[in-house]
Design a binder for this molecule. Sequence first.
Ligand code: APR
Length: 247
Amino acid sequence: MIQIDKSLVNALKESESIVFFTGAGISSESGIPTFRGKDGIWNKLRPEELANFDAFIKNPIMVWEWYNHRKKIVHEAQPNAAHLTISEMQNYFKDVIVITQNIDNLHRRAGSNAIYELHGNIERNFCIDCKKFFNEELDFSVGVPKCDCGGLIRPDVVWFGEYLPEDQFLGGEKAAINADVFFVVGTSAVVYPAVGLVYTAKQSGATVVEVNLEKTALSSISNYSFFGKAGEILPRILEEYRLSIKS
Ligand code: APR
């Protein structure tokens, strides 16, 4: 059985604000491939050909085919025990905030209420000219969907070289500064400025808890590191916390 440090459980018992900073690894147990792991997407495909604005302008059909393929995988996926545990923790703490790099909407589908989406959401789309949003299913029967203004419609995801949505980043930053315990779950911690929020939390005095299959650049600043599956470790942490508040 995964051992959970008593001192971490005590830290949780003294906490009001719990933050989860998540990456693709938290959704891998839902069948959504990660980017850089062994079967990572970027081992097979070139982000510069698919996940940037110039590539979209050059070949919008190809980029849309790829996002529609990913959307199909996301729609067939279900939130897993890790997503569900985070949502359940809302019953025990004043604030349970999710800051995610994922675009798969699984935290919301798991019932989490406070979510900052640093890299957008695959369920939303907008016009590249007038910025109008389109959240309904788009019609691809006549090629790349266009806005009534004539502009191309693109997925509301952050591509390489693009700025993060300011309101989401600033909201995440505030949550990191106010966090008592800051969980870092399933991220290789290589993409900035998102990962900078972990250092913000650490510098603001949060207890940093890493959950990953393997060591990352954040292992050295983490107060606790659990190496294994998020879908097994997070439920264990909640179980130990629940037992401690009963006794
Ligand atoms: N439980 C815990 N950790 C896991 C699990 C699991 N079941 N499965 C994989 N991991 C870990 C891997 O060890 C790896 O460290 O999750 C991490 C996934 O890393 P990446 O694939 O690099 O994903 P992420 O860190 O979210 O990528 C950041 O890069 O490509 C861009 O915009 C994209 O948001 C993404 C960003």
